[in-house]
Design a protein around this ligand. Structure first.
Ligand code: MRU
Length: 347
């Protein structure tokens, strides 16, 4: 098999992003030469998935600041904060983006570095640390989640919480990759995930590339395959877990959770600590991104709804905590009561 292309590459001080909007037809990697380009890549979902946009945002600060080393420390910090705010404005729902940007700015502020050059070193080292850590977090999620996948199972997932959405392994897919490595035989049902088809374009693509048995289904087939007894387990990713265990994820996830409850199928959410936001009390406090109309009125380039039709396009929904069987984290599997248990582990 060809070496797997990564969502984010950082080589010799250059940031390159796989343009995920072109998958599965074209594999295109774009070097990012300005902070505006990084903002646009996040906004347009060239790079997407909560952990990946956190890592891309952190490197975006290196791209923004690398020609600012002649600034004195005060001016450098002002400019760093301005760029962090700018990058943060690209997408609101996944907490990983603001988490990573805040972490880079705080590291620079607390470093005591006295020149622009020394501050840039801290910015770069922190971005690299976030990138490396993300790989480790996903591996841990895989280790905690792998016993859930047994021989003969059908596992349903929604959207893409795979290696394309992270630095490696993915979150929801990490237990799948590990189970596959261990020789467990199972099938994945990957919801297409309208409107942008992250499930069929990305999850089905990456799992197939890895040799995992995968079916792609349209979102409205999930109930039927569950009723047919084909699904034993649901694992999805998340963009933000609120302090009470409510979970934001790709639009349609809540519907899957309701179906899973109806059919008595366990519904797991995979989340690194960087996606857990104890500062957000409940799911209703999470800002849900609304995206452009064209994503709904068109299928590819072809119009599929009348001209002038009114459109809603929320990109995420919030699954209430009572529908979540457990959250697979890098620090173990967390069960209800979520307010207490999340605080105990991540507080
Ligand atoms: O709009 P996207 O493609 O960025 O949405 C991605 C998701 O909803 C993922 O499930 C989530 O970010 C978790 S990725 C590990």
């Amino acid at each position: 098999m060809a070496p797997q292309v990564k969502s984010i590459e950082w080589t010799d001080g250059k940031l390159s992003l796989l343009d995920q909007t072109q998958l599965p037809v074209d594999v295109t990697v774009e070097e990012q030469t300005s902070v505006e380009q990084v903002w646009d890549s996040i906004k347009k979902l060239k790079v997407r998935g909560a952990p990946a946009i956190g890592v891309a945002g952190a490197y975006g600060l290196v791209v923004a600041m690398r020609d600012k080393t002649t600034l004195d420390a005060g001016a450098f910090m002002d400019e760093l904060q301005r760029n962090a705010d700018y990058l943060d404005s690209s997408r609101p729902t996944a907490v990983n983006l603001s988490w990573a940007l805040k972490r880079v700015v705080a590291a620079a502020r607390e470093s005591g570095a006295a020149t622009g050059g020394a501050l840039l070193d801290v910015v770069r080292e922190t971005a690299e640390a976030i990138h490396q850590e993300d790989i480790e977090l996903c591996r841990k999620i895989g280790e905690y989640g792998v016993p859930l996948i047994q021989d003969g199972m059908g596992v349903l997932t929604h959207c893409n919480a795979g290696r394309l959405a992270t630095s490696e392994y993915g979150t929801a897919t990490a237990p799948m990759y590990l189970a596959h490595q261990n020789g467990v035989r199972f099938s994945v049902y990957s919801d297409e995930s309208r409107p942008l088809l992250q499930g069929s374009r990305l999850t089905a693509w990456e799992l197939k590339e890895a040799g995992i048995d995968v079916y792609t289904i349209t979102d409205n087939m999930a109930a039927f395959v569950m009723q047919q007894g084909l699904i034993d387990l649901v694992i999805v990713g998340t963009d933000r877990v609120a302090a009470n265990g409510d979970v934001a994820n790709k639009i349609g996830t809540m519907g899957v959770a309701i179906l899973a409850k109806h059919f008595g199928i366990p519904f797991y959410v995979a989340s690194p600590f960087s996606t857990i936001d104890l500062a957000t009390p409940t799911g209703s406090d999470i800002v849900i991104e609304e995206r452009g109309e064209d994503e709904v009125t068109h299928f590819g380039l072809r119009r599929t709804a009348p001209e002038g039709i009114k459109v809603r396009n929320p990109a995420f929904d919030v699954t209430p905590n009572e529908l979540v069987t457990a959250i697979i984290t890098d620090r173990g599997i967390i069960k209800a009561p979520y307010t207490e248990n999340l605080k105990k582990v991540f507080g």
